[in-house]
Design a protein around this ligand. Structure first.
Ligand SMILES: [Fe+2]
Ligand SMILES: [Fe+2]
Length: 308
């Protein structure tokens, strides 16, 4: 059971991370549609605006109310995020609110003396709004994916990537539901489920990077391919740990090592894409986005290691 204080802090941290993730998924979906689907692009941008509004409310509540280790983990914003947003807005024409990023970069961590329990009513409202808006984004993307799968629409992103972002949004809704029930999510069973989910996500990122690189980027292609194989192996082992819990400690350690490697690769990739040195179909903000998801998982794995 989470205390009022933990409920407030965990909710704010979850919303800061995932609201930005959901908002960026909408940007990537909008940037990938052909001229025929202007109306859908407009609708995606309008849902994105609502998520930005909610993210702004979350940032407002979060100053001195989230843990320093979360701010320092580079999962909310990185040193590349502002540049990646500017470049992506320039390249796609999709408006991106960079003011939110500036405010997030200035967020201050929780002080011991600060009591945040009183925020729990505002947080409950925030969580419920976040559930509603994320469900709306999921429904919209499900419909788009159905049309693409049935060849009634076209997108320049892979269908698997659309499925991937829908799954991430569903995971966020599941986390918010658990937070509303004050579930601490830290039993060994729940740790295994989270590692299965995130190892699956890291494997798919490796596949997307491999698939979106220009065919001439052979060296980067081979590195991405090696990560695909490593995460396929790890996912299998994590699923095995669900049946043999004695494997959990080992699998957690191996996952952390692999994700740190993938994070470093993504970081170099983000730099290379921003500097126009890498040929690919990856918008700069997508590179930064998958980098942040790796940073988030690294923080979780370090916490799991301490708990086990
Ligand atoms: Fe994502
Ligand atoms: Fe992802």
């Amino acid at each position: 059971m989470l205390s009022d204080k933990e409920y407030v802090i965990h909710s704010l941290e979850t919303n800061l991370f995932f609201l930005r993730i959901v908002k960026e998924h909408l940007i990537f979906a909008a940037a990938s549609l052909p001229p025929r689907d202007r109306r859908i692009v407009t609708q995606l941008i309008s849902i994105k605006k609502s998520t930005e509004q909610l993210l702004s409310e979350a940032i407002e509540l979060a100053d001195r109310a989230v843990r320093q280790e979360v701010l320092a983990s580079d999962e909310l914003v990185t040193d590349f995020t502002l540049d990646a947003e500017r470049a992506t807005q320039f390249l796609t024409g999709i408006p991106i609110n960079t003011d939110l990023t500036r405010r997030e970069l200035e967020l201050r961590g929780l002080k011991k003396s600060r009591s945040v329990e009183g925020l729990h009513r505002n947080i409950s409202v925030l969580n419920r709004k976040a559930i509603a808006i994320t469900k709306a984004a999921i429904a919209f993307k499900r419909k788009l994916l159905k049309n693409i799968s049935e060849c009634r629409a076209f997108s320049y992103t892979y269908p698997t990537m659309l499925e991937h972002v829908i799954e991430e949004a569903e995971y966020y809704v599941m986390l918010l539901d658990k937070l509303e029930k004050r579930d601490a999510l830290d039993s060994n069973k729940e740790i295994i489920q989270q590692e299965i989910n995130w190892n699956h996500i890291m494997g798919e990122h490796s596949k997307f990077i491999r698939g979106y690189l220009d065919p001439e980027e052979e060296k980067l292609f081979r590195t991405a391919d090696a990560f695909v194989m490593e995460f396929d192996r790890l996912l299998e082992k994590t699923e095995k740990a669900a049946r043999c819990p004695e494997l959990l400690e080992e699998v957690t350690e191996e996952s952390l090592k692999a994700v740190i490697g993938l994070r470093d690769f993504k970081e170099q990739g983000t730099e290379g894409i921003l500097d126009c040195r890498i040929k690919s179909l990856i918008p700069p903000l997508l590179a930064d986005h998958v980098l942040r998801e790796a940073n988030h998982y690294i923080r979780l794995l370090k916490y799991f290691e301490e708990k086990l």
